[in-house]
Design a protein around this ligand. Structure first.
Ligand code: ASP
Ligand code: MG
Length: 455
């Protein structure tokens, strides 16, 4: 059994959809297909909700959505009954969406609950178009909505966590029944329903995560994540022209890379697959016969000390000072709670006697400053900011097990005359993180890559 996931960038227009269709039709195994919204639809739903709208605007917007989907449908499906059924299904979704948008317009109120519900319609529509195309190609595809399938979450709006146990109990029998009827479920990614039955999103690009959850629920052998790139690379080819594709990664390596900068997978994708030892394959829709990257328990077999160098730029270091701050227990906890409640991610932290250094994304700085203003009196004396910091992340099983890799890296960095501010090793046995000034990022990345990959 296989789960195949296709993202919005592979569902752009008729041509790209047909390419996906051929991949699915060629797959003879029992399979579930999981899809994102058609490219740009989630963004346009968000954009529409970001302003107060008039009734006429709702009509125009829904009309545009209908036209975009009907245009693609016409390009990928030609059999009359198939098309008619898809049009009827699309219209039913569009009516519900339109009513919801009128609700927002009349009330001039947008709750997190409604915001999540509205965004779920991108996927609810794409599975219809996708299924129609597949039916036209002779595949017995059936569109399935994640709430109907029983993908259950913890109820957190915007970026919920899936309740794997409940989801398995709900989803596995339905999918098994569909397989018995020789059907191919085409399931909406990106959302599930919370304990009260309310729609909750799994975070931007959450369809990877949905697909992994479904793979876990049905004990799939393989989860294929289809993209428009070759999979994981040893570095970002835009910065390092000599970057090479990575054949194998362990779950830990992939999870680190997904979290730090390499925008190949949604960071939570690895966990459900790992729990069932399911191999994740990242493949390129333009080169279906190329193996891509495989993520599996035995990621180490072609053991390289460093497998990939990724980075995040535009980070800010917050240096938080207060008397005895670094040694007062509970303070670090209070500060990290304040930040996480404000949805600010801390990528690295270091404490000293007088203060704490925290690395966050520049885009979250305003929220972070606001949140820290709420700290208990007397905890924080002042905050200094160091902007334009880049976080480098080296990943490889060898980093935790082989002596001297870190020393080698830092010797290289020092020889470039580059300053390092924060180092964190040991938080993970497969990763080494450190920060440099933004201006030094490219040359540091290139030189490390040269030493480990091009020597
Ligand atoms: N359509 C959603 C997004 O754009 C989910 C996904 O693409 O995976 O974030
Ligand atoms: Mg997307």
């Amino acid at each position: 059994m296989k789960v195949l996931k296709f993202g919005g960038s592979s569902l752009r227009d008729g041509t790209s959809m047909l390419r996906v269709g051929e991949i699915v039709a060629a797959e003879k195994e029992e399979k579930v297909v999981v899809v994102s919204a058609i490219q740009g639809i989630t963004d346009s739903l968000l954009r529409f909700m970001s302003a107060v709208r008039k009734e006429e605007e709702v009509q125009v917007f829904v009309k545009e959505l209908r036209e975009r989907h009907l245009k693609i449908l016409a390009e990928v499906a030609s059999t009359m009954p198939v098309k008619q059924q898809a049009v009827a299904q699309l219209n039913a979704r569009l009516v519900r969406l339109e009513r919801t948008l009128y609700g927002i317009t009349y009330l001039e109120e947008l709750t997190p609950r409604t915001k999540d519900l509205v965004q779920s319609f991108g996927e609810r529509m794409s599975v219809i178009v996708m299924s129609a195309m597949l039916q036209d190609m002779g595949v017995n595809a059936v569109p399935v909505e994640a709430d109907e399938l029983g993908i259950m979450t913890d109820g957190t709006f915007g970026s919920a966590t899936v309740d794997m146990e409940r989801t398995r109990v709900n989803a596995a029998p339905s999918i098994r029944d569909m397989f018995k009827r020789q059907e191919v479920p085409v399931v909406t990614g990106f959302f599930g329903k919370g304990p009260e039955g309310v729609i909750t999103l799994l975070g931007r690009n959450g369809t990877d995560y949905s697909a992994s959850v479904i793979a876990n629920a049905i004990d799939a052998d393989t989860l294929e994540i289809w993209k428009d790139v070759d999979g994981f690379m040893s570095a970002d080819p835009k910065v390092v022209p000599g970057a090479v594709p990575i054949g194998y990664l362990s779950y830990e390596e992939a999870a680190e890379l997904a979290y730090f900068g390499a925008k190949v997978l949604h960071p939570r994708t690895v966990e459900p697959a790992r729990a069932k030892s399911i191999t994740i394959r990242v493949k390129n829709v333009f080169k279906p016969h190329v193996e891509g990257s495989a993520i599996r328990p035995q990621g180490v077999e072609n053991a390289q000390t460093v497998k990939s160098i990724s980075f995040m730029s535009n980070m800010t270091m917050l240096k938080v000072y207060g008397a005895g701050l670094g040694s007062r227990s509970g303070v670090m906890l209070e500060i990290s709670e304040l930040l996480s409640n404000a949805n600010v991610n801390i990528y690295s932290a270091a404490t000293s006697q007088t203060g704490i250094s925290l690395l966050i994304e520049e885009g979250e700085l305003k929220r972070a400053e606001k949140a820290l203003a709420g700290a208990k009196r007397g905890v924080i004396d002042r905050i200094e900011l160091v902007k334009d910091i880049a976080l480098l992340c080296l990943v490889g099983e060898g980093l935790g097990t082989r002596e001297g890799v870190a020393a080698k890296v830092f010797t290289i960095v020092a020889s470039l005359g580059v300053n390092i501010q924060l180092i964190s090793a040991g938080a993970s046995t497969v990763a080494l993180h450190f920060t440099v000034n933004g201006k030094d990022l490219e040359k540091t990345t290139r030189t490390i890559h040269q030493v480990f990959f091009e020597a």
